[in-house]
Design a protein around this ligand. Structure first.
Ligand code: MG
Length: 334
């Protein structure tokens, strides 16, 4: 098929046009030529396994630092990593709006292939549906993923008083980049999404046997939402140091203009890692040596005080509560 074409309803109708689309766009980008075209992929895995799923509806589908395809792969990979699993295989299911240029779909599929290669994960199965113009917006992707659990017990419920909270880099980059791209306010490359699969960071910590209690990728709702979830799940308090949390100046300016607190803005290439105090410095050193981890820092600690609550000590020395976000601050950022 030609990349000059646009997707029509026949590409989702189960006939030759659909086979052509699947073979020439998806299979060409990330398919295994030797795999039989059966109803299911076969995986040879031994447990325990981790299994997760996520849908991606980001608008626009291309934004500085990434696109919906990279996001769909990295998002699911990072959710597997967050429970101490090595990602193995993904499914990718597409809902495509009639009229989408085939060229855009090829770009998205190739981006997924590249990101999957980075994450050492295979996309082994998928589905394609086409809906009439106006029934969806360009393309929605659902990725599910399976991984082998390498370390048992890493959980949002396992943070303990005294633990250190490491954040692998700056906050707010993804949400700010997507919002500005959507509003067409982005005329510089000063802000770009951090979308990335974090295999190197997580697997090197597990290999080094660092005493990790909790990991979470602070996506929708940002670190504010993720840390509140952990404080509740583990029935502990969390104390943050504002000056240890990096917000790049252009992101800070964008958040101020949009009237949002960067603590609640989505990240797509960051991990919160909660480790025993004894392993905090060693873990930080390991993370800083990895791709995407150079700016990691210890942003706070877990305490037995104020269980269920997150507090932050501001740069001027006052303390305030970081409440859980009450609703969707930024729609369609992932
Ligand atoms: Mg997650």
């Amino acid at each position: 098929m030609s990349t000059e074409e646009r997707i029509t309803l026949k590409h989702g109708a189960g006939g030759t046009a659909m086979v052509e689309l699947i073979e020439e766009v998806f299979a060409a980008a990330y398919g295994d030529a030797n795999a039989p075209r059966d109803d299911s992929a076969r995986l040879d895995l031994t447990g325990p396994l981790a299994f997760t799923t996520d849908s991606f509806v980001v608008d626009p589908i291309f934004f500085p630092g990434g696109d919906i395809g990279r996001l769909a792969v990295a998002g699911t990979v990072n959710d597997l990593l967050a429970v101490g699993a090595r990602p193995v295989a993904l499914s990718a299911s597409f809902i495509i709006e009639e009229g989408l240029p085939v060229r855009d779909l090829v770009t998205v599929a190739q981006s997924m292939a590249k990101t999957a290669a980075e994450a050492e994960v295979r996309i082994v199965t998928g589905d394609t549906k086409v809906v009439a113009r106006g029934s969806a917006d360009k393309v929605f992707i659902t990725t599910s993923g399976v991984g082998c659990v390498l370390r048992d017990g890493i959980s949002g419920a396992a943070a303990k008083p005294g633990d250190a909270i490491i954040l692998t880099g700056s906050i707010g980059d993804h949400g700010a980049a997507v919002m500005l791209a959507r509003e067409k306010l982005l005329d510089t490359d000063a802000i770009s999404s951090d979308t990335a699969p974090l295999n190197d960071i997580v697997l090197s910590l597990i290999n080094a046997e660092c005493e990790i209690h909790t990991m979470r990728d602070p996506t929708r709702g940002g670190i504010g939402a993720a840390l509140n979830e952990i404080a509740k799940q583990s029935a502990v308090g969390i104390e943050l140091e504002e000056r240890a949390i990096i917000v790049k100046p252009p992101v800070a300016a964008a958040c101020e203009a949009l009237g949002i607190d960067p603590l609640y803005v989505a990240n797509e290439g960051k991990m919160l890692v909660i480790v025993s105090a004894a392993d905090a410095q060693r873990s930080l050193d390991i993370i800083r040596q990895q791709r995407w981890g150079a700016e990691a820092s210890i942003i706070g600690r877990v305490t037995s005080n104020h269980p269920g609550q997150v507090r932050i000590r501001t740069s001027i020395g006052t303390t305030r509560v970081v409440s859980p976000p009450s609703g969707e601050l930024l729609p369609r950022i992932c």
